[in-house]
Design a binder for this molecule. Structure first.
Ligand code: UDX
Length: 423
């Protein structure tokens, strides 16, 4: 028998959480404050691009397990669990802005039944469980931390088949109740104290970002010494302590989580008296990676007045999300050096960046270009007709920032080719 669950916030995390819990058989009411969003969700239309999510939302609505409402009051009245999935954007100094979280908690406090477990799924600084408890103004509704580890593009899968479920609570009974929601996921469920659960989320993302900055630094070393990064990473990855995953070099890392969380953990540590210098280095290396890609373009063509074709705008393939996208960081730097950019992305149709012309196919982005930069690893770029591309460009220069393309096929067509960590 499913439990009545309210999910506050219908963004990436909230919508995925709501649809997946409905799929697992719970009765879910998902609330948002944006009327237009709730209207479209009530019609079964989802406002984001996420593999498998729309199907789950529709199935949940069809079988009566999932509904959407405007405002949280209606959603929480009968709920046994309330999941807080509101945004925690970055404040000016790198810390998280908890305005939405406290507002949501304040709003629902008076309407909760006694014993309802309030679950914090938003990424929040250490100590936020206490903050939510305070904002609820209740002593009979335990607050539990249950951070998400969802990747965009595979969020549904990551929710239903997680590597682990982390639950943070000082109230064992409340933690056990939250754990029971995940029994069908077949993953290890770990119960710890709230501060450890909250820190775990930041630590996991900070570590992954570190792994990527390290990978990109090794790619730079490979370029300097004439090694091929693919061989190096393969050889490293066979060591099971390192593993093969998350070792793909690229134009730098981005997205809605890594940049925000890596800055936040520095700020959290600083507030508590620890200087997380290593993490500052990780962020700096990422910034330098954007510059390194631009330098590769500059090494083959003069940028002032040149047209550069950029393939990919999203921060990674499989999403239309452009938040903190490395592709955009690279474009900004190209523009600053006087280049004009023609960009194409299969999932992104507009971009508010002066000097960037977003076109509707890859060939249009290549037309008249003095160099092409592959910035996002979309599969469709591998099957372009490169004879046609050769005829369209002004100069045959390929900067493959995702090591995606067939280097030899391009060289045969007279392209200069620069990957990341391989030439
Ligand atoms: C990330 C975490 O993976 C997820 O657990 C967390 O909860 C949210 O943040 P997401 O931002 O969706 O997920 O993307 P992810 O797939 O982790 O990629 C982040 C960035 O790293 C992207 O810019 C991606 O292109 C880059 N990346 C990833 C690499 O450059 N190489 C890799 O091997 C993997």
């Amino acid at each position: 028998m499913g439990s009545p669950i309210a999910v506050i916030g219908a963004g990436y995390v909230g919508l995925t959480t709501a649809a997946c819990f409905a799929h697992l058989g719970h009765k879910v009411t998902c609330a948002d404050v944006v009327e237009a969003k709730v209207d479209s969700l009530q019609r079964g239309e989802i406002p984001i691009y996420e593999v498998g999510l729309e199907e789950l939302v529709r199935a949940g609505m069809d079988n009566g397990n999932l509904s959407f409402v405007l405002g949280s009051e209606m959603a929480v009245r009968d709920a046994e669990f309330v999941y807080l999935c509101v945004p925690t954007p970055q404040a000016a100094e790198g810390s998280a802005d908890l305005r939405y979280l406290t507002a949501a908690a304040k709003q629902i406090g008076p309407y909760l039944q006694s014993g309802t477990v309030v679950v914090n799924k938003s990424t929040v600084p250490v100590g936020s469980t206490l903050l939510v408890e305070g904002a609820l103004g209740r002593s009979d509704t335990p607050v539990v931390s249950n951070p998400e580890f969802l990747r965009e593009g595979s969020a549904v899968n990551d929710f239903l088949q997680p590597d682990r479920v982390v639950i943070g609570s000082d109230d064992q009974a409340a933690a056990d109740r939250v754990a029971s929601l995940y029994v069908d996921c077949g993953a290890p469920i770990m119960v710890t104290d709230p501060a450890s659960a909250e820190t775990c989320k930041f630590a996991a993302n900070a570590f992954l970002a570190t792994k990527l900055s390290f990978t990109n630094a090794i790619a730079a070393v490979c370029e300097a010494v004439g090694a091929d990064v693919n061989g190096v990473l393969l050889g490293m990855g066979y060591d099971h302590r390192i593993g093969h995953e998350f070792l793909r070099p690229g134009p730098g890392w981005g997205g809605s989580c890594f940049p925000k969380d890596s800055k936040a953990i520095i700020s959290i540590a600083e507030d508590a008296g620890y200087d997380f210098a290593l993490m500052r280095g990780v962020i700096q290396a990422n910034d330098e990676q954007f510059d390194r890609i631009v330098r590769k373009v500059e090494s083959v063509t003069s940028l002032d007045g040149a047209t550069v074709g950029v393939l990919g705008i999203a921060f990674k393939a499989g999403t239309d999300d452009t938040r903190e996208s490395p592709a955009i960081e690279v474009m900004k730097r190209l523009l600053a050096k006087g280049a004009m950019v023609k960009a194409y992305d299969p999932a992104v149709t507009s971009l508010n960046l002066d000097g960037v012309d977003v076109v509707d196919n890859a060939y249009a982005a290549c037309e008249g270009a003095s160099a092409i930069v592959v910035a996002t690893e979309w599969d469709e770029f591998t099957s372009l007709d490169f004879d046609r591309v050769s005829d369209l460009v002004a100069e045959r220069n390929m900067i493959d920032a995702r090591n995606l393309l067939d280097r030899d096929a391009l060289k045969r067509r007279g392209f200069t080719y620069q990957g990341v960590g391989r030439s």
